[in-house]
Design a binder for this molecule. Sequence first.
Ligand SMILES: *Cc1c(COP(=O)(O)O)cnc(C)c1O
Length: 428
Amino acid sequence: MDPLAIDRTHLWHPYTSIAAPQPVHRVREAEGIWLTLDDGTRMIDAMSSWWCAAHGHRHPRLVAALEAQLHSLPHVMFGGLTHDAAIGLAARLVALLPPGLDRIFCCDSGSVSVEVALKMAVQAQHARGARGRSRFATVRGGYHGDTWSAMSLCDPVTGMHGHFGAALAVQHFTPAPPVAFGADWPEDPAENGLGAVAALFEEKGPEIAGFILEPVVQGAGGMRFYHPAFLRGLRALCDRHGVILIFDEIATGFGRTGRMFAMEHAGVTPDILCLGKALTGGMMSLAVTVASTALAAEISAGDPGVLMHGPTFMANPLACAAACASLDLLAEADWQGAVARIGAQLADELAPARDLPGVADVRTLGAIGVIEMRAPLDSARVHGFCRKAGVWLRPFGRLLYTMPPFVTGPEDVSRITAAMVAIAREAT
Ligand SMILES: *Cc1c(COP(=O)(O)O)cnc(C)c1O
């Protein structure tokens, strides 16, 4: 049987219908920034395979690290046992993170790391005696994953609230941070978005365990870049009202926004941090939930005195080894220079799209470039165009965006921007 027919008949792809499956390209191999398809066609992976492949695909150092790990310890349970891959990962992460954020829980995926973060917050509140704090708050426009609790905190409109209704936990939403990155920061809380958070905390504070949001860059919820001062104000409000602050840096971590972590734009440290996606350089699924020393101590002093989570494949040695090698690559590379160069080029070369009547906005930050259309893009059409253009892009709704691997050279960045502008022009 034709492999693509088997795919069509038996596999689910993300968010697809069995009755009307979207087209798929069959990838034979990947190397560096390139994906090679079944017929030999090559496309630049302008998505870094959903923010992951920051060093490009199949980097020899990552392959070597995985091979070495494969031949010594591919997996072992993490209950009662430990191993050097996890220990090496913890040491490397703690060296990168701000002081005080240093207790690492390894998870299978980003969504799971968000679930663990929420559990940590509830357990810490219980330890404080605040058993009534069982809900969470967030800003609109966010994305935190597809598992139940994560989903309940995604933007209610671009997320899946409408499809799951009463099955979802009810959470509190404040408006998306209204001041754009790079704009002037108005001190008036009614204008800068902090007034709405203060009002929510005044009214509902005693039932709120934690506030979760993506620092500076809202990813899959709308690709918005907001002013870092919002995070400073939010930190102060959380402290005043006993609310635990959780940053979801699953998409933004490891250099993508021009800083190692997006929170560094604000100089704010959360109580809990989620990391994933580029953590393993795109080789394996792995995420971590990092708790502050203080929060971890609170959880451990409370009842039941232990953090209540422990997945089967926790701290899988292959994934941890890939993450160690990926962090070493980052440490050795001039990623700041690469992100600055790619960012400047994205800003220059996407700017002409601003003049197209179908384009609502063009924005860039770090090595992220976004063209926001006025109407949703025809994704099947873009899909076909990508193969011809040799650039892999995957728009959602009105958003056409790229976050290329840091190793993408100037000519290849130009191919990406040319494809994006062509798609925007054609859809206009
Ligand atoms: C992708 C993403 C998640 C979910 O991670 P998965 O590994 O897909 O479960 C959560 N939060 C943010 C900000 C993300 O970009």
